[in-house]
Design a protein around this ligand. Sequence first.
Ligand SMILES: [Zn+2]
Length: 340
Amino acid sequence: MRGAVLHAPGVVRVEDRADPAIIEPTDAVIRLSATCVCGSDLWSYRGIQEVDGPSPMGHEYVGVVEEVGDEVTTVRPGQFVIGSFFASDNTCEICRAGYQTSCVQRQGIGALGAQAQRLRVPLADGTLVATPDVPPDDLVPSLLAASDVFGTGWFGAVAAEVGPGKTVAVVGDGAVGLLAVLAAKQLGADRIVAMSRHEPRQELALEYGATDIVTERGDEGVAKIKELTGGLGGHSVIEAVGTQESMMQAIRSTRPGGHVGYVGVSHDVALPGDELFFSHVHLHGGPAPVRRFLPELVDLIWNRTVDPGKVFDLTLPLDDAAEGYRAMDERRAIKTLLQP
Ligand SMILES: [Zn+2]
């Protein structure tokens, strides 16, 4: 089969890889209908995160089950399924508490390489959610978005305790930030401030439910949020970048007693203890337990209540994955969908 492999910073090649097969009786093998490039893939693409030899890439996937192991009972060949970037048993104490990305048996999908034609999914019963039927083509991008970015934005909003009566600010205008806006709208936020300086992204944020756009960042961005909230800061602030600047922008934009939901993969962030102590903000986040939200998100997409697939503004054949990475790296594309 064909699959994307990162050889060195900036060097992605689509090449022949071994076809996946059932290894454990709890595995499934799926034929991918669509896959995509994640903002978090750019950390290694840019050389910020070290690459240890040629690495298969990709952790977002939807597709049709081809084969299941002997112990798999909840999905069967022919079903259209979605899973998240960590496989989880969905039965351990941590999973049952809703933190499937910290499952005691968790296995990363990234190492298996979902930017490919086929994928082995471990712990299939706990990991995969089947749609009611094979979806029409136009629903596939939105279902793919639920595999990571929509679920991650949703968790950011839940972690930030978004709800009716709340003023929400979103730091970051990548796919996760934009879908956090959509999640905040669905969760009933009163006012949603999107922080973005890119016009096409501002437009999508407004379409997804943002009521205000703030183009300033850093201290000026914080001042603007304070200005919009009577000097207090937002009730709920979602951090969807993962840098020192964005994290401090989120914390400082939150009112005392408010909540920060941080879902940008953290890189070299160090929080000043004294400022944190006196800020009185709640911090919660981490790798989103997308599996917790998948059934609900699939429903919203299936009923056409939401259209998170609009974050894909570039669609390419899998063989052109290298261009998909370049376009996102240069911010020419929000998110690239790859067709295997
Ligand atoms: Zn578990």
